[in-house]
Design a binder for this molecule. Structure first.
Ligand code: ZN
Length: 170
């Protein structure tokens, strides 16, 4: 297990500006009061992810209505970053199409690997942007990305199943 975010911040001497305090609040709030934890009775997408470096686990379920994410739920265990990120994800993708959810993942991943930092991207990320500070700790980037990589798995699996259904038709 990895140490908590608070411990990391205090031991590694984060120099948080005011904006970063806001981000830290968002992360801690999602960690302490995770959103969307109720298991869905039925789901169209489901995937499980694990981050062996930290022992983080997450399961994501999604129910679609008219091609939009109508309900989303996660269950997990692990460090504060992994669980806060999963909670932020569930709020962030609600009401989006799977394509939009996937695009958000790519944008977030690019940000975490330092490929993009335009203001336009930041606007589109919303609360997800709060996790940007984690990129200063490369080992924690995997924690932050776990739920998102799991989402990507679920979307790919769903696309494969849809393709199979189409090709099975007489
Ligand atoms: Zn972790």
């Amino acid at each position: 297990m990895c140490a908590g975010w608070v411990i990391i911040m205090s031991t590694q001497g984060f120099d948080f500006a005011d904006v970063d305090d806001l981000y830290r609040e968002i992360i801690l709030d999602h960690y302490r009061s995770p959103r969307n934890q109720e298991k869905l009775a039925e789901s169209d997408l489901e995937a499980e992810g694990m981050n062996p470096f930290c022992g983080d686990e997450v399961v994501i379920q999604i129910k679609l209505v008219d091609g939009l994410v109508d309900a989303v739920s996660f269950k997990g265990n692990g460090c504060s970053i992994s669980q806060a990120s999963a909670s932020i994800l569930t709020d962030a993708i609600k009401g989006k199409t799977l394509d939009e959810a996937e695009a958000l993942y790519f944008r977030f991943r690019d940000m975490m690997y330092g490929k993009s930092s335009s203001d336009d991207d930041a606007d589109q990320l919303g609360e997800v942007e709060a996790l940007a500070g984690v990129k200063r700790f490369p080992i924690r980037v995997k924690c932050a990305l776990l739920a998102w990589a799991t989402l990507e798995d679920a979307i790919k699996k769903h696309a494969r199943e849809a393709e199979k259904k189409t090709s099975d038709k007489p």
